[in-house]
Design a protein around this ligand. Structure first.
Ligand code: ITT
Length: 191
């Protein structure tokens, strides 16, 4: 089955490809000639995930899934959440985002957080969504060089290393993305 994965994020692509096996023929946005930025105009991760896969399905006529993810920190009223990619402002780096997060959590005793992934699937005229969460906490300094985004400051529950201190395979055993993706694969296998 041929499916497009609607992302410009090479880290996500790498994580999903490692999980995929040879069940599906995965094509990327550049493979289908989509080079424009796909609008993500909404204030929830769920709605932006839907916007991405629906856009590709409607404009390019190919079945498609998309991943919209974010880090949710309850003591910061859910921020960075849907603003995770640009928390410190447009054009800012992952490092800037992490530094702002650590500043905003200074003196905060509740450092619990979770990553949320919503995978949206647009199949013909039908739409489905699959969610995954990884619960954990934000530590007060960066540790590790693997992963991407907020991984260096996120320690999943039951672990003593950050996602950035794990290999891709270790992160993938427990990550929000792999939980959501397993639901997608299960659905497609039975569809
Ligand atoms: P798309 O092309 O797929 O939209 P994106 O980088 O814009 O890629 P999102 O809006 O879904 O992706 O992700 C928002 C941000 O959340 C992302 O830039 C990271 O900072 C953070 N993030 C998402 N998944 C993460 C993960 O597994 N580990 C650490 N940070 C993550």
């Amino acid at each position: 089955m041929k499916l497009c994965f609607a992302t410009n994020n090479q880290n996500k692509l790498r994580e999903i490809q490692a999980l995929l096996g040879d069940r599906f023929e995965l094509v990327t946005l550049s493979d289908i000639g989509c080079f424009e930025e796909i609008p993500e105009p909404f204030e929830t991760i769920q709605e932006n995930a839907k916007a991405k896969s629906s856009y590709v399905r409607e404009k390019y006529g190919i079945d498609c899934f998309a991943d919209d993810s974010g880090l949710v920190v309850p003591s910061l009223n859910g921020e960075p959440g849907v603003h995770s990619a640009y928390y410190a402002g447009p054009q800012r780096s992952h490092d800037d985002n992490i530094n702002l997060l650590l500043r905003n959590l200074t003196n905060e005793t509740d450092r619990s957080a979770y990553f949320l992934t919503v995978i949206s699937l647009s199949l013909g005229n039908d739409y489905y969504a699959f969610e995954g969460r990884a619960l954990g906490a934000i530590i007060d300094e960066k540790r590790g060089t693997g992963g991407f985004g907020y991984d260096p400051v996120f320690v999943p529950d039951g672990q003593d290393r950050t996602f950035a201190e794990m290999t891709l395979a270790e992160k993938s055993q427990i990550s929000h993305r792999s939980i959501a993706f397993a639901k997608l694969v299960d659905f497609l296998d039975n569809h």
